[in-house]
Every structure is written in structure tokens, then in C-alpha cells.
Design a protein around this ligand. Structure first.
Ligand SMILES: [Zn+2]
Length: 444
């Protein structure tokens, strides 16, 4: 058994619609005069609120006679809500309220990829209802989750889906039952759901250890499926024998990364984790959480056991699916970390941080590309036009295990970076084929 001494509240419940952050401060009509008006001014015609479009000009939220309508019924978590008096409550409605009162807004979202991301999560939930299968060739499943797809060129958010979700056109009527729903449909899991990244984090540990020189590409450690440390057994999925870092990433060997962590230490590991986007909320238009890094400060019982678990994205580490997508983006971009943005052409193209280590990222990319071979049947990534790079994870959670995958496509000249998190599920890696195929089919 793996060490499971840390119990964590992994989901912070944020009821987006319940928090009214917006206060209208602008005066709609002109200043009133103290003198009695001789004749009442004709009523000023209220301008219709601006529309929200996707990056291709597909209408996501329009206005008619003061009422919002949603032709595509997509991304409620991104678009956000208006109160009954028309004031902005959450999401883009709130973040871009002044722009929307002046005119239309174009988001970075690609409605076709967004629909694929939402369909993947719905399919995962339907598969979950049939029962979770950990068979390596089984379909992906999960009771809830999130999908984030970023553009590698600009950091633009092409899709950002959270499940379970809700309909905006009946939001006011549904609000009471949505708030009471134990599955937390109002929580935007992509931006505010907190999860352990699990083995998807191993790319960070590999980069840190290689950049700091505590291991070389040739260093190998023996995995006999078990490592005894301080009286506790820490396990691997099976005995991998001697592995170097490339093979350990490809096969997701825990023991290799446990041994690496003991050489690296938590300070250096955390420093690199930040360079990949962990431990701080990314700068973007919508409220996001930053989670936390595993550190002696965040854990009551810190020791080598916690350190080695941190190296495989466990221990007290917490992050959002958006941050996991940023890790993938940083690997895809060879150490450049861009800020995500929800606005078309809104990317801050200056990187937030830069880690110059081309050969290290080349090695990690190769290992992640080799890892894509472990996908099967209808989900086999070998069916795609180009090689794909992936790293899977099966983090422990209050639900037992979650299933996660991060990656980028095409592996050799990346255009999209992504993260899929499925709660209590399995085989998130098998959602990647549909996601990349949708990108291929809808390329701009
Ligand atoms: Zn192993």
C-alpha cells in the first residue's frame, strides 16, 4: 500500500453564482437637476448588452430585449451569470463587464474544441456509471472532472470545461437545486477544483533533477516495486528493474523518482514547480486558485516520506487542472511559461518565467512521446497524424484514485497543450485521442 497518512480536502467549493462581486457604479442616465423639469425627457433607450463570441465568431451569449440567450449552450463556467436586474455576477460577464456594456467581446475559446472537451467529460461520467475498470485498455471514466486545452503559440485558452455543469438559460430557476447538489456543479473544477497532480508532476521532478545535475540522463536506479524508508514501505506499480530517467518517465516508475527526490530535496523541487506554474494562481481574466506546493510548512508530519511523495505529485501538493495544463505548456514550450488568457489575441506573450534547458526538455518530450504507446484500441494515439506527448497520473484522493493526463500535440512542434482530470475514474489517457482528433479536424 502507498502511504496515505495525509488526508486532504481536495475540493474547495466555490459557488460561483452565489457570490455577487459586481456592483454597478456607472450612472446610466444623466445627472438629475434640482429644478423642476418642464417636460419629462423621453426615456433613454437602454443599449443592449454586448454579445460574447468564440475565437471564430460563433455566438456564445447574445442579448434580445434585455435577456441573455445562449445558442450553443457551452462553457457556463466561463461565460458566467447576470442577476435578475442585469448586473454581472461571475465569469466573463463580470470580468469584462465594462467592455460588454460598450460592445462585443471575442473569447479565445474555440467552440468546437470546447464542445469536444464537454462531451469527453459527459462520456466519462456515463462510463463511470457502468463501473470503473482499471484495465489498461478500458475506456476513460470519471464521475466528474475538468479538461483544459491551451494554445502553445499564445497561451490562449481554447477549451476549459468542468463537469457536472449547468445551463445558463435556466440558471435563476435552477440555482437553489444547483447550490444544494452534492456533486457541486457550480464549482468550476478547471480553475478552482484542487487536486493532487500525481505522476503528471514527474516531468517537473525530472527537469529539476537534470537541471540541478543531481542525476544525468544515464543515471539509473533499481526498482524492485518497493522502497523501505523510515519503517514504511513505498511502492511502485510493479518491478521495473534498472531504469534511467527517460524510461522512468515513460513507464511512470515511482521508485526512480523517490530516489531522485532524496538527492534533490524539497527546496529545489519546489523552486522548479513554481517555474512550471504550480504554487501560485496564474494571471488571467477569471478567478483561479494557486493550490499549494508540498513543503515542511504545509505538512504536520514532514520527513523523507513526504519528500519522496512530493516528487510524484502527492504529499500535501494541490493544484488546479489549469495549472496541470500550464505544466504541459511549459514542457511543450521548452521551459517558457506563458500566462493563460480567455481573450482572443489577449495573450501576454512575454513569458512569466524561462528555464533554459533545451536538451532537458528534448529528453522529457521524447519520454512523454514514448509514453503515448500505452494507449489502446479506439483510443490508440498511434492513429493520429503526428506523434503525441503524454504523461499520466493516478493520484490518491478522497475518492480513492483520480485519473489524470497532461500532454501536448504534435509532440515535435506543439500547437496545443492539455490536461484532463477525472474524479474517481480511470484511463484519462484514453480521452486524449478524441481531444487531438478534434484539434486536427478543426484546425484554423
Ligand atoms: Zn518502478
Amino acid at each position: 500500500m502507498k502511504n496515505n497518512s495525509v488526508s486532504l480536502m481536495l475540493i474547495s467549493v466555490v459557488t460561483a453564482g452565489a457570490v455577487c462581486l459586481g456592483v454597478l457604479t456607472e450612472t446610466v442616465l444623466g445627472a438629475s437637476s434640482a429644478e423642476p423639469a418642464e417636460e419629462p425627457e423621453p426615456q433613454a433607450v437602454q443599449r443592449e448588452r454586448g454579445s460574447i463570441y468564440d475565437r471564430r465568431g460563433v455566438l456564445l451569449a447574445g442579448s434580445s430585449e434585455g435577456e441573455r440567450y445562449y445558442p450553443e449552450a457551452l462553457c457556463p463556467n466561463i461565460l458566467g451569470t447576470l442577476s435578475s436586474d442585469g448586473s454581472a455576477q461571475s465569469g466573463i460577464e463580470l470580468a469584462l463587464d465594462s467592455e460588454l456594456r460598450r460592445g462585443d467581446v471575442y473569447l479565445s475559446i474555440d467552440s468546437r474544441l470546447q464542445r469536444t472537451a464537454e462531451d469527453i467529460l459527459r462520456t466519462a461520467a456515463a462510463q463511470y456509471e457502468k463501473g470503473v475498470s482499471y484495465d489498461t485498455a478500458a475506456p476513460y471514466c470519471g464521475s466528474a472532472g475538468a479538461v483544459v486545452i491551451l494554445s502553445c503559440r499564445s497561451g490562449e485558452v481554447l477549451a476549459c470545461a468542468s463537469y457536472p455543469d449547468y445551463r445558463l438559460d435556466s440558471f435563476p430557476q435552477d440555482f437553489a437545486s444547483l447550490s444544494a447538489d452534492e456533486s457541486s456543479p457550480l464549482l468550476d473544477r478547471a480553475l478552482q477544483g484542487l487536486y493532487r497532480p500525481g505522476s503528471t508532476f514527474k516531468a517537473v521532478t525530472a527537469a529539476a533533477a537534470l537541471c540541478e545535475g543531481v542525476i544525468s540522463p544515464e543515471t539509473s536506479f533499481y526498482c524492485g516495486a518497493r522502497l523501505r524508508l523510515g519503517g514504511t514501505d513505498f511502492s511502485c506499480v510493479r518491478s521495473h528493474g534498472y531504469t534511467n530517467v527517460s524510461r522512468a518517465l515513460e513507464l511512470s516508475c515511482n521508485i526512480f523518482f523517490y530516489r531522485t527526490a532524496l538527492l534533490l530535496g524539497i527546496e529545489r523541487l519546489d523552486r522548479y514547480a513554481r517555474l512550471f506554474g504550480y504554487g501560485q494562481a496564474p494571471l488571467c481574466e477569471l478567478p483561479t486558485l494557486g493550490g499549494q506546493l508540498a513543503s515542511p510548512d504545509s505538512s504536520e508530519y514532514w520527513g523523507d516520506g513526504q519528500l519522496i511523495q512530493a516528487a510524484i505529485g502527492q504529499s500535501s501538493m494541490l493544484c488546479t487542472p489549469m495549472q496541470m495544463a500550464l505544466e504541459a505548456l511549459t514542457v511543450a514550450d521548452r521551459g517558457r511559461q506563458l500566462s493563460p488568457t480567455f481573450i482572443r489575441y489577449g495573450g501576454i506573450h512575454e513569458p512569466v518565467s524561462v528555464l533554459r534547458a533545451d536538451r532537458v526538455f528534448e529528453l522529457i518530450t521524447k519520454a512523454m512521446t514514448a509514453s503515448s504507446a500505452y494507449t489502446y484500441g479506439d483510443y490508440a494515439l498511434s492513429q493520429l497524424e503526428h506523434p503525441c506527448a503524454v504523461k499520466t497520473g493516478t493520484p490518491q484522493s478522497p475518492r480513492g484514485y483520480d485519473s489524470a493526463v497532461i500532454g501536448f500535440y504534435p509532440a515535435d512542434r506543439p500547437e496545443i497543450a492539455f490536461a484532463v482530470m477525472l474524479e474517481g475514474g480511470a484511463n484519462a489517457k484514453h480521452a486524449v485521442y478524441e481531444l487531438c482528433k478534434a484539434f486536427e479536424d478543426n484546425k484554423e
